[in-house]
Structure formats: C-alpha cells, structure tokens
Design a protein around this ligand. Structure first.
Ligand code: PMP
Length: 379
C-alpha cells in the first residue's frame, strides 16, 4: 500500500476520550469448545431454519422498499412474548427493538445521556455499559459492589445521591458474576435516582435483563407499573439462541419508546432482521425448552465446580463465575491452562475469577475435565 506503516489510530484526529482505549474484544478463537461469550450452544432447530427461510424469501420480494420503520408487527409479537412469560401485560407501544440490546443501550444513552451527563453501573458488570457511555460522550461512574458481588444497597444509594447520575444501569442477572439483583434493591435505587435528580425530571434506570430467562426468579417487568423512568432491556441473543440475528428490545412507558425514536437511525432494523425475528418468535416454546436444559446444565456446573473445591458465585444466568485464583495472574494462568485443553472460557478481568458459559452436556464435561486438571493450589 502507499500508506506509511507507522500510521495508526493515534495519528488520526479521534476524539480525546477514545485515545488509548481498546475496543470490545472477546477473543474469537477457533478451538473445539467455546464457552466464552454466553452464547446458546444449540443451533436453531431445523423447522425454525425452514420458517426463517420462508419469511426471509417473502421479505426479499420487497427489499426494493425500506422496511417498516417502526417494526410494528415485530414489537407486537415481542410484547406478546413478554406478556406470556413476564407476569405483566406489555403492549406494542411499550416495546422498542434494535440491532441487539447493545443498540438499545446506545439509543438510550443517546437519548438520556450524552455530553455533560453521567451514567453509573455497579462493577464488575457488563463492560459495554461503560464503553457505550464513552462512545456517546456520557461520563461514566463506577459504583461499588460487595466482595461477594452483591450490590450494597446503602452504598449504591449513597453513590447515586452524591453523583446524581442521569442514567443508572442495573444488570440482573449480572454479567460476568451471574447473580441476580433483588427487586428491593432495584426499587431502592430507582427511588434514590429520582430523588437525586428531582429537579431535572428524575433519572432513567435501565434494568438489563439479557439473561433473565435463565433465572430461578422472575423478570422485573412488573416493576414498570407506575415507574415511567424505568426501562427493562432484553435480547434474543441468549434464550432464543440467536446471537447472530442481532435483535434486542426494551419494555418501558410509551413515552420512552417515543423518546428513543428521536435518535434511532431511520429504518435501523432491516426487513431481513424483522422477518427472522418474527420466525424465531413463532418457535418460542421449543427455544424455551433449550433454556430449561441449559438451566439444568448451569446448576450442574455450579455443583460440580464446588465439589472440585472452587468458589462459585450463585448463578441465575447461562454462565458461571468460578475461582478463586491467585489474583489477576492466577486467573489468567488458569484461563491459559483450560485453553490448552481445547476449552475457551472468559477472563473478564475480575482478578481471581473466570467465567464459563453453560454449553451442551459434552462441552461442559470437557470443561470440567480441564478444570479438574488445574493445580489444587490454584483454587
Ligand atoms: N447485556 C448484557 C448483560 C450482556 O451480557 C450482553 C451480551 N454479552 C448484552 C447486553 C448485549 O447483547 P446483544 O447486543 O447481543 O443483545
């Protein structure tokens, strides 16, 4: 090429807050057992693949036109799914959809965050909340967690009162730790956030329920009642086994749905995406059957890791956090030893801990065999 080899990002006029930063980077390594990105290990059933093909074929006949900008049919089916599974009636006007819940979160931050505003999360938690905040010019505040990775409600309320964030993220079940947040904590933080920002119409509280279908408990959807500043964000990437589809959605007061439309790109959800998601929603019962199998496997991973002498964080998700290794170098060394046995787990940078996604029974056996080989002193 005619470009100089030593020319890099830092030679471009990128925004100051992006300088020296790294992109989201879960390694995509080609190993036999990949249990590192909380995907569903089960390919979509063949009948669903057929249905997707049919629906996409129909959509293809109209690709000369822009798609339904408001994705009304899809939002209606998502609302029906939430109503059926969430113990709370959700209507089309309460639902908004985008390309993965990452885009939902981005639209929320573009709407309610931005320059001069701040968002808070309780870390360790889903790293994209901080990264999308940065990308939207929103200041990021790292809130505290207890040593057992639960949220210290009093400390969190204090942080909210002190920093008065515009957006509060609560991930439940939390990633990468796996534990769910009690509804009472969510309610307390909602109140704290509204009080702290009473002068400016309150703050938005985003409950990220990407993993809620795997939980022992219920969705927090019923908390939406009477709380217009609460948003529940969901995804088809995990329970629906459709990470490749890129379909996330939210449930909230209709005013929130109106508000995010101020920032969404026109026609952001392609006709192919909408058709595919609608096909998947027709097969909800089969897909939720896989979720039940994964929950059983998740509980087995927890039990067997504990029997091997590991510490395991309580999990309501499709993954398990285990340790405790000797600090950051200990967990990295364990990660490498597990990888040497053909199993990719995740080092989320939580010193002393690793995260493994529940896979098929055979994949989980391969992981447990690798874990059994770790030196006892590492546990
Ligand atoms: N929220 C949480 C807590 C997640 O772990 C993930 C995926 N890792 C997402 C949101 C984003 O998922 P997607 O964009 O695929 O919907």
């Amino acid at each position: 090429s005619s470009f100089a080899d030593d020319f890099g990002i830092d030679d471009l006029p990128v925004r100051d807050e992006l300088r020296g930063k790294s992109p989201y980077g879960a390694p995509q390594l080609d190993v036999p057992v990949r249990l590192n990105t909380n995907e569903n290990p089960y390919p979509l059933p063949e009948a669903l693949v057929e249905r997707i093909t049919e629906r996409v074929r129909d959509a293809a006949r109209h690709l000369n036109r822009y798609p339904d900008r408001d994705a009304v049919e899809l939002r209606t089916e998502l609302a029906a799914y939430l109503t059926k599974t969430g113990k709370y009636v959700v209507d089309t006007e309460n639902v908004w959809a985008a390309n993965g819940s990452n885009e939902v979160i981005q639209q929320l931050l573009q709407t309610f965050g931005g320059p001069g505003r701040t968002a808070i999360g309780f870390e360790p938690s889903y790293s994209m909340h901080a990264l999308i905040s940065r990308g939207t010019g929103t200041g990021w505040l790292s809130g505290p967690r207890n040593d057992d990775f639960t949220i210290d409600t009093a400390a969190a309320e204090k942080a909210i009162a002190e920093h008065r964030p515009d957006v509060v993220f609560i991930t439940t079940p939390n990633n990468p730790t796996g534990n769910a947040v009690p509804p009472a904590t969510v309610l307390a933080l909602y109140e704290a956030a509204q009080t702290a920002r009473a002068a400016t119409g309150g703050a938005m509280v985003v409950v990220d329920e990407a993993y809620v279908e795997f939980s022992h408990g219920d969705s927090l959807l019923p908390l939406l009642e009477g709380r217009p500043n609460l948003v529940v964000s969901r995804t088809m990437s995990k329970a629906f086994g459709a990470a490749g589809l890129r379909l996330g959605y939210l449930a909230a007061h209709p005013a929130v749905v109106d508000a995010v439309q101020l920032v969404r790109l026109p026609y952001h959800l392609s006709a192919v995406t909408q058709a595919t998601a609608l096909a998947a929603l027709e097969h909800t019962d089969t897909l939720l059957g896989y979720v039940e199998q994964l929950k059983t496997e998740r509980d087995r991973l927890v039990a067997e890791l504990r029997a091997l002498g590991f510490e395991v964080t309580e999990s309501d998700a499709n993954f398990v956090q285990f340790g405790r290794f000797d600090g950051a170098s200990g967990s990295h060394e364990a990660w490498r030893q597990i990888l040497d046995r053909g199993v990719l787990v995740r080092d989320n940078g939580v010193p002393g801990w690793l995260r493994v996604t529940a896979g098929t029974p055979a994949e989980n056996d391969a992981f447990l065999d690798a874990a059994r080989e770790l030196p006892t002193s590492a546990r």
